[in-house]
Ligand binder design. Structure first.
Ligand code: PLP
Length: 391
């Protein structure tokens, strides 16, 4: 069996910085390094770089430049949206609604707010494909509800939520709507106005930009308590000397991503569908986790192979030059099954035998062929060794 080296299938974890993005960033390390807050003309070039990036990010989302606030990560944007909204609106009510399948950046923030701010949080269940039900959301809303935070698309199983319907319901009820679009923003055309989104978190390193920079879209007029206190950066909303190179890279990456999307999306969908169909055909009792093809992210596949451990599978794939991820998170020594896979109703065994392969700009047909020729054998061999596997 051949080994093709470096078949990277973990774009949902992070993406490489695009060489053109890297080039766009490089002057801001060594040449145009002035502090944007200084008043001399040299620094105005740093300020201009930030404002250019703000415009690029806004244009990609149909937002206004003044509605984009750069942060240090998607996680920070999530924290700011939730904690900032609660601080600002606490007197109006103390209830927020989110979903069980959210990223830990949201879930752990909600737990923090429950413990420290006395906020009540409703964690909506999801259907077998990972979607919330609108009737559950409607039923959960009370006079105390101040915020709904439901992710745009899931990072593990790729399921896309009914964002437009959620946005419209929230607008109608006068409840703030935040969505974590860290995964979705790289792969879907997002128009924050059309979708009635009030706040949205994004992150550069999922879209061929650098790590350590993200942004919060904050609709004009939405009141949010500031999160990082200090200087007057980001119009006093998010203090700290700006990561000029990172911000310039994020803006450029978003502009480039938007321009590429019309060609890249169908290309990824075709690769994804070939991989899904191939695996389901070649591996007995393989299960696809998540939604049907038109309601899942163009680059996401997630399978369960009962009778094997996802972690073992990852090591076997690694030995074959394939880099993927599993639905288990090794937390403090214990192997917890993914909360997302449990929420869609999988058994512990199914959740432990899961594999996420997420594709991207450098994924080719040859990569998909190689996985299809490698993975079924690995699964078969591991199942032969498994004490619990019964064909
Ligand atoms: N939200 C989702 C859905 C994610 O997938 C991630 C990262 O994997 C984050 C938030 C966190 O983003 P960042 O890595 O920029 O902190």
């Amino acid at each position: 069996m051949r080994t093709v080296k470096n078949v990277y299938l973990d774009y949902a974890a992070t993406t490489p910085v695009d060489p053109e993005v890297f080039e766009a960033m490089s002057p801001y390390f060594t040449e145009t390094f002035g502090n944007p807050s200084s008043i001399y003309s040299f620094s105005s070039r740093s300020r201009a770089a930030i404002e250019k990036a703000r415009g690029q990010a806004a244009a990609a989302l149909n937002a206004l430049p003044e509605e984009i606030f750069f942060t240090g990560s998607g996680t920070e944007a999530d924290n700011w949206a939730l904690k900032g909204a609660v601080k600002k609106l606490r007197s109006r009510g103390g209830h927020i609604i989110t979903a069980k399948i959210e990223h830990h950046a949201i879930l752990h923030t909600c737990e923090y707010l429950e413990k420290n701010e006395g906020v009540k949080v409703t964690y909506l269940p999801v259907d077998g494909e990972g979607r919330i039900r609108m009737e559950d959301l409607e039923a959960a809303m009370t006079d105390e509800t101040i915020l709904v935070s439901v992710m745009f698309a899931n990072n593990e199983i790729g399921t896309i939520q009914p964002v437009k319907a959620i946005g419209e319901l929230c607008r109608e009820r006068g409840v703030l709507f935040h969505t974590d679009a860290v995964q979705a923003a790289a792969l879907l055309d997002i128009d924050v106005r059309e979708l009635s989104i009030d706040m949205m978190s994004i992150s550069a390193h999922k879209m061929y930009g650098p790590k350590g920079v993200g942004a919060l879209y904050l609709r004009k007029g939405v009141k949010l308590e500031n999160f990082v206190h200090g200087g007057g950066q980001e119009r006093g909303r998010r203090a700290g000397t700006e990561n000029i190179a990172g911000i310039a890279g994020m803006g450029f990456a978003m502009e480039q991503m938007k321009a590429r999307l019309p060609r890249e999306k169908p290309r990824l969908c075709a690769l994804r569908d070939r991989l899904i169909d191939g695996i389901l055909k070649a591996v007995p009792r393989a299960k696809l986790n998540g939604a049907a093809k038109d309601e899942r992210l163009p680059n996401n596949t997630n399978f369960s192979f009962i009778g094997i451990e996802g972690e073992t599978l990852l090591l076997d794939l690694d030995a074959k030059g394939i880099y993927a991820s599993s639905g288990s998170a090794c937390t403090s020594g214990s192997l917890d099954p993914s909360h997302v896979l449990m929420a869609i109703g999988l058994t512990h065994e199914q959740a432990h035998g899961s594999l996420r392969m997420s594709m991207g700009r450098h994924t080719t047909d040859e990569h998909v062929d190689y996985v299809l020729e490698t993975l079924p054998d690995i699964v078969a061999k591991r199942r032969e060794m498994s004490p619990i596997w019964e064909a």
